[in-house]
Design a binder for this molecule. Structure first.
Ligand SMILES: CC(C)(COP(=O)(O)OP(=O)(O)OC[C@H]1O[C@@H](n2cnc3c(N)ncnc32)[C@H](O)[C@@H]1OP(=O)(O)O)[C@@H](O)C(=O)NCCC(=O)NCCS
Length: 203
């Protein structure tokens, strides 16, 4: 029943954060992916990006004071079509502008791969990045509450820079696993990895 985590929302001043997938604005997210500061990815074909978002648990961050027209997704099913983007027909609808995101690939109980965490440049240094992590804390608390946490503590992986480890430690209570803790290794299947695989096959 993963969808029980799709109805969480938090509001602070003119901003709201929400796990409702129907509010996500793929076009706005793709524009953010063009920014140099979002160094780990590039924009994706919109249909592929929507597929990825559909299969992830996301916290979207929205500016309540700025409306934009977004194309609604025929596959979505929210009833709040007056404000948000997910009316079940294809049309331009006013929506609150999406200004940030945290995306998780998760089993909804014990593990999340956190990625695509950003706040748009014009909204930075207002405390919204830290607040998004507070919302993530709320989400983790809800997930942990849904199962006996003593069975397995919540784990997260992220491919951020070294300072990110401290950032998540300070804001979300994560600590880095050492090898003696049965630490994890980070594996990536990229072009270099595939080239090495071919070389190894020749030996
Ligand atoms: C990281 C990001 C989401 C922070 O958003 P924000 O709204 O500016 O954050 P806040 O206003 O709550 O906090 C800003 C503070 O956090 C610190 N901070 C931001 N990112 C940090 C990081 N990865 N590690 C350590 N500290 C960080 C900044 O130094 C800043 O402190 P300062 O104002 O004293 O200089 C934003 O800078 C961003 O989108 N960056 C580009 C994408 C990115 O790097 N994402 C993180 C990938 S791990």
């Amino acid at each position: 029943m993963p969808y029980k985590f799709h109805d969480l929302s938090w509001t602070r001043g003119n901003f709201t954060a929400s796990t409702d997938p129907s509010l996500l604005q793929a076009e706005e997210i793709n524009k953010a992916f063009e920014l140099d500061a979002i160094y780990w990815c590039k924009p994706l074909p919109l249909t592929k990006l929507r597929e990825i978002l559909d299969n992830s648990l996301c916290i979207g961050l929205y500016d309540l004071s700025t409306s934009i027209d977004v194309q609604t997704d025929p596959g979505s099913s929210t009833e709040d079509s007056a404000i948000y983007s997910g009316a079940p027909h294809s049309a331009k609808q006013p929506a609150r502008k999406q200004i940030g995101l945290m995306r998780f690939i998760t089993d909804y109980a014990t593990f999340a791969w956190g990625t695509d965490y950003y706040v748009l440049p014009e909204y930075r240094k207002l405390g919204l990045g830290e607040w998004l992590l507070e919302c993530f804390n709320g989400l983790m608390n809800a997930m942990e509450h849904s199962m006996d946490q003593s069975l397995r503590p919540f784990r997260m992986m992220s491919a951020g820079r070294a300072s990110t480890v401290d950032w998540y430690a300070k804001n979300c209570g994560f600590r880095k696993l050492e090898h003696g803790d049965g630490g994890v290794v980070y594996l990536v299947r990229d072009e270099e990895g595939k080239r090495r695989q071919k070389e190894m096959a020749k030996l």
